[in-house]
Design a protein around this ligand. Structure first.
Ligand SMILES: O=C(O)C(=O)C[C@]1(C(=O)O)C=C[C@@H](O)C=C1
Length: 292
């Protein structure tokens, strides 16, 4: 049975992604995203599932940067999961939102609910936690006037009550998770809905000059390769030094991708393929089933 590492403890959205993707696995909880990625790297687990991007808040920089700077692990699958954030309180809490003194959650979850907090609980002090599951656990321990932003499963499993549901600021909230493995063989999952294939590429420009990024993008454009995302991240070597992560909406092949790589290298760019992988969707229905 495959051992799958994830950002835990119980009740996290990452655990939900794991349960939505896999049928029979042995899941192993890690306290942080780097600890989960390290576990895959060290061979402690066969696969690791970590969040990479949210529809409201954007990229999970911790994941992106760790994949770029600290390990060389390919992405072998992606899963898009619907995200509903709720305000959870201790079962003994009798007050209203205005009585809450502390709100705990993961930075991504807090960011998805900034407006809600600003308008309904401006008095609350925000405490960041390693995951939403950990935030829920803390509310159970601290009780009184604390609240967590987390999901319905966390409320049920940890024993909190939902004071206000759907507190994320925009509807259509989804998070993309990636599955990491030591070998780059794409992960085929029979029982999960698949909606495409992607290849993620990291490109470092040789230096800053007029039209450099334009030249990089034209290598994809004249081959009619559709890009779904481009993001720049600091190289961490000094202000103004960036690399680009480019998601291409197709599977790595023997013609187009080697052509792009050769063209980019001829421009002096460094190119690294971060993975070529199927993209799966965990449906609202599946999440409802998991919540029962
Ligand atoms: O804290 C959790 O529950 C997580 O699984 C992490 C995480 C994230 O980092 O994006 C996952 C999905 C949500 O977007 C909020 C938090």
């Amino acid at each position: 049975m495959n051992k799958v590492g994830y950002l835990g403890p119980k009740g996290t959205f990452t655990k939900m992604a794991v349960d939505g993707l896999f049928d029979e696995i042995d899941s192993v909880s890690y306290k942080t995203i780097p600890a989960c990625i390290d576990a895959v790297n060290a061979g402690e687990v066969d696969l690791g599932v970590v969040p990479i991007e949210n529809a409201i808040e954007g990229s999970v920089h911790l994941t992106l940067d760790y994949l770029i700077h600290h390990v060389d692990l390919p992405i072998v699958a992606e899963a898009t999961v619907p995200i509903r954030q709720h305000l959870l309180v201790h079962p003994s809490f009798e007050g209203d939102i205005g009585d809450i003194e502390e709100i705990y959650s993961h930075t991504q979850a807090i960011s998805q609910c900034h407006q809600f907090i600003h308008q309904n609980a401006p008095q609350a002090h925000i405490e960041y936690t390693a995951s939403t599951g950990q935030a829920a656990q803390l509310v159970l321990e601290k009780g009184a006037r604390t609240a967590a932003i987390a999901n319905e499963k966390a409320a049920r499993e940890i024993g909190l009550k939902i004071l206000k549901s759907d507190v994320h600021d925009y509807p259509n909230n989804h998070t993309r998770f990636v599955v990491l493995k030591q070998d780059s063989q794409p992960l085929s999952l029979e029982h999960t809905e698949k909606n495409g294939f992607k290849t993620s590429i990291m490109v470092t420009l040789p230096r800053d000059y007029a039209g450099a990024l334009h030249q990089v993008l034209s290598a994809f454009s004249w081959r009619q390769m559709n890009l779904s995302k481009i993001e720049s991240r600091p190289m961490k070597t000094g202000l103004g030094n960036y690399f680009f992560i480019i998601d291409v909406n197709q599977e790595y092949d023997d013609v187009l991708f080697p052509g792009v790589q050769a063209e980019l290298r001829a421009l002096g760019c460094q190119v690294r393929v971060l993975g070529s992988y199927p993209t799966y969707v965990v449906s609202d229905e599946k999440i409802k089933q998991l919540n029962q």
